[in-house]
Write a protein that binds this ligand. Structure first.
Ligand code: ATP
Ligand code: MG
Ligand code: MG
Ligand code: MG
Length: 488
């Protein structure tokens, strides 16, 4: 393979280093210092203070004008959440690497576009005929980005320069924070046709590869405000670019995923990965393969960066991701309990060169995942059996809804996060009464508050016990908590 993942990554960084960008290593994918962020969702996160003009003038960051790196990103919660797509499509991961470049009050739109075009067409040698660019067409708060459009017309014919709305072309890191109009590069994997109507249309063969954001605003509670300086922030999905350079139609067919799939095949009792998608994947086998291969990366990298699966916030996202993978493996691939942690050494082998923290933390990663996996797999068979009886019951009654109390039983007694129950329901052609589930959850919290109060005022020992068991329940948000069996 000419363009291995490692080579694509280093070529990117070297190209920009030659253009005076400083290689600034990836920040942790589980950020420790930004309460507005669940996970690092883009390369720009670590530079937020620079964009906002909040850097100590004596810090080395204050003089940083240009930077580049490959950032470990997780999009499984918060403003950018791709969890529901992962496994079902070929180009969204919960963990992925984002190749990034930044200009801090230095060059702006034209240079950023020039450099991106040069790298893609002259270094990676992508066929210019297959490239499309989008720009922000404007809305009530910000006008049309005429400049970006003009700069793209230097390279592309007008029918391949496409105006898009804020959903696609006004980039925001979160509910608050630095933001601005953006211009994206899309690639047609098929070629020899006009694919402009397929851009931003969720077509697996016409995918967004690179986003060039013109950071000019900060959004806070009061709305958008101009920043003192104009910045460039770009991000390109490494796995997507590699899939193109390796002439594959899916991110999961690149070199970096092969060893993980091979290892997983050893555990599968329903055959190897075949790359089927959507309706074609009737037994959900290939979806399961993709999701598991994705999820083991997410868990490994997040734990290496100090996060752990638990009951709250970020930790609960990781717990949900792990339980989804465990369920996909044991129920769909018929893999034995404990299969998931067996994938970790392979992940460390493949990515340990670029990310030595994986090697350093390997034992901890294995320990944490093995324990979490075991705790859940002990309950999983019971849950699967309960669900399948439930499915039969619902269908026998001519219904198609899993009621809130049943979903709550799965959650409360069997450790099935609500999104996992929803996923299983969807596979079975059912839906879940999520509102009913939330009501059960609320009622449970109320009971536990009352029990705590009663216990404090010298209530019965049984109430005291319930109070203790449910103390982990926080008062905000259904999905932010999990009174899992393990802690009961
Ligand atoms: P998409 O529209 O495909 O969901 P996006 O517009 O949400 O992507 P950006 O926030 O612009 O993505 O991120 C920059 C780049 O990171 C994208 O152009 C894409 O190549 C890559 N990327 C984004 N999300 C993912 C993901 N979940 N998995 C893999 N790569 C991703
Ligand atoms: Mg997205
Ligand atoms: Mg997009
Ligand atoms: Mg984008």
């Amino acid at each position: 393979i000419e363009w291995t993942t490692d080579k694509v990554r280093s070529t990117f960084v070297e190209f920009f280093e030659e253009k005076d960008h400083v290689m600034t290593p990836s920040s942790p994918c589980a950020p420790l210092n930004d309460p507005t962020l669940l996970f690092t969702n883009a390369g720009m996160n670590q530079f937020k203070p620079i964009f906002l003009g909040q850097v100590d003038p004596n810090s080395p960051l204050a003089s940083l004008k240009r930077a580049t790196n490959s950032q470990k990103c997780i999009r499984a919660g918060g403003k950018h959440n791709d969890l529901e797509d992962v496994g079902r499509d070929t180009y969204h991961h919960t963990f992925f690497e984002m190749l990034g470049t930044w200009s801090f009050g230095d060059y702006f739109k034209e240079e950023a576009i020039d450099m991106a075009w040069k790298l893609l067409t002259e270094v990676y040698k992508l066929d210019p005929e297959r490239l499309y660019a989008t720009y922000f067409e404007g809305d009530e708060s910000v006008g049309e980005d005429v400049e970006a459009k003009e700069f793209w017309l230097k390279y592309l014919p007008a029918d391949r320069v496409i105006g898009c709305n804020a959903a696609d072309n006004f980039w925001e890191m979160g509910d608050t924070g630095p933001c601005g109009p953006c211009s994206e590069i899309h690639y047609d994997r098929i070629g020899g046709r006009d694919a402009s109507a397929l851009v931003n249309a969720d077509d697996p063969d016409v995918i967004e590869i690179w986003n060039i954001v013109f950071i000019q605003y900060n959004r806070d509670e009061k709305g958008l405000a101009q920043l003192p300086q104009k910045h460039i922030d770009t991000g390109m999905g490494l796995e997507r670019l590699v899939s193109i350079l390796q002439n594959q139609s899916s991110n999961y067919d690149i070199d970096a995923f092969q060893p993980i799939f091979k290892k997983l095949e050893e555990f599968s009792k329903v055959g190897p990965y075949e790359g089927k998608l959507g309706e074609e994947d009737v037994t959900v086998k290939d979806t399961a393969y993709r999701a598991i291969a994705d999820h083991i990366r997410t868990l490994s990298f997040a734990i290496a960066d100090g996060a752990v699966p638990n009951n709250e916030g970020r930790g609960y996202v990781l717990r949900r991701v792990l339980r989804r993978a465990t369920r996909y493996g044991q129920q769909i691939l018929k893999a034995p309990p404990g299969f998931f942690q067996e994938l970790i050494p392979t992940v460390v082998d493949v990515f340990g060169g670029a990310y030595p923290e994986l090697v350093e933390k390997k034992d901890i990663i294995i320990e944490v995942i093995a324990e979490e996996e075991q705790a859940f797999s002990n309950m999983l068979d019971r849950g699967i059996k309960y669900f399948s009886e439930l499915e039969d019951e619902v269908k026998a009654d001519g219904g198609d809804v899993v009621t809130g109390d049943k979903a709550f039983y799965l959650y409360d007694t069997l450790g099935f996060p609500i999104d996992l129950t929803e996923l299983m329901a969807e596979e079975a052609g059912l839906s879940v009464d999520v509102k009913g589930f939330a009501n059960e959850m609320e009622a449970q919290k109320k009971r536990s508050r009352e029990a705590r109060a009663a216990a404090k005022s010298g209530g019965a020992p049984r109430l005291e016990l319930i109070a203790e068991q449910t103390a982990a329940l926080s008062d905000d948000g259904v999905l932010a908590t999990d009174d899992s069996f393990k802690y009961k």
